[in-house]
Design a binder for this molecule. Structure first.
Ligand code: FES
Length: 286
């Protein structure tokens, strides 16, 4: 993919749930070929702050007059960087670098897909679902499993419903959907309605669990992960992910990922088992 650095105009930046925002960015170049799972680095502050770049996965493409006019990013306010981003106003500009990284890939013969997302990990999955349906996948063959701690963390259900996709929801506290981990209905459905591939994005433990379940059933699984990313371009080595298929080797989450074949990386355990700071989707840690 060709990547661009450009000034985007903020078209909107609004809260859609507690601490969850959508920001629309109009930009001239380069997002027409963006693939689901890819991300952008946003320079959050133009001021004297140290270079505040943060990674965010592309949530949707913005269409206007039959062309791609920009991107929408769904983000959670989790710290200083995202807190500053939430203060940015429509009409202001924002420096955007991207699209970056790898994407979810539908295996050539795949007819049936499960999409699994936890919390803000849903961000790239709306784009993925739209892309799959546009590419001809039958909506009834694309089941979505959404999990959150509470009903307020069940995001984007309307977007999936608008595509006619079956959506299963779970919460930890039972405030919406079934009261269980999202991996529970996935496990049952994997036996009942075996898919050709599972696409997952969410907290590390969830990804680890989905990876294990999919492997147990012999189903291909791709996961989108996040590590701290300072540059997004392979220059800072801050995003190393230990390889599972080649012991001793590390992948760059920003170049080789953020989407990986689930079996190719260590999500937990492995050589650095203290790596529990990974969070969810391509969404900053601060
Ligand atoms: Fe800098 Fe990946 S974020 S090398």
């Amino acid at each position: 993919t060709v990547m661009f650095q450009q000034k985007a105009h903020i078209a909107w930046n609004q809260a859609i749930a507690p601490a969850i925002f959508k920001i629309g960015l109009t930009c001239r170049h380069g997002f027409a070929r963006t693939k689901p799972g890819q991300f952008v680095m946003l320079r959050i502050s133009e001021g004297l702050e140290p270079l505040l770049r943060r990674p965010f996965s592309v949530h949707k493409l913005i269409r206007k007059d039959n062309r791609i006019d920009g991107i929408e990013v769904l983000y959670k306010m989790v710290g200083k960087g995202t807190g500053l981003l939430a203060t940015r106003k429509p009409g202001e500009t924002l420096d955007v670098l991207g699209p970056l990284g790898s994407s979810f890939v539908l295996p050539p013969s795949a007819r049936k897909v499960f999409i699994v997302a936890g919390g803000i990990g849903v961000a790239p999955m709306v784009f993925l679902a739209q892309h799959l349906v546009e590419s001809g996948l039958s909506p009834s063959n694309c089941e979505v499993f959404l999990g959150g701690r509470t009903c307020e963390e069940l995001l984007c259900t309307d977007d999936f419903a608008a595509l006619d996709l079956p959506v299963h929801t779970t919460t930890d506290d039972g405030s919406a959907g079934d009261q269980c981990l999202v991996t529970h209905p996935v496990d049952i459905a994997l036996v009942d309605r075996r898919p050709d591939v599972v696409f997952a994005c969410g907290p590390l433990q969830m990804l680890d669990c989905v990876t294990g379940i999919a492997a147990a059933h012999g189903v291909i699984c791709q996961v989108s992960i996040e590590t701290a990313m300072a540059c997004g371009m392979g220059a800072c080595l801050g995003c190393a992910v230990p390889s599972r298929d080649t012991p001793g080797r590390y992948y760059h989450a920003c170049l080789d990922g953020p989407v990986f074949d689930a079996g190719s990386i260590w999500l937990s355990g492995g050589p650095d088992s203290d790596r529990d700071s990974l969070s969810t989707g391509v969404q900053p840690l601060g």
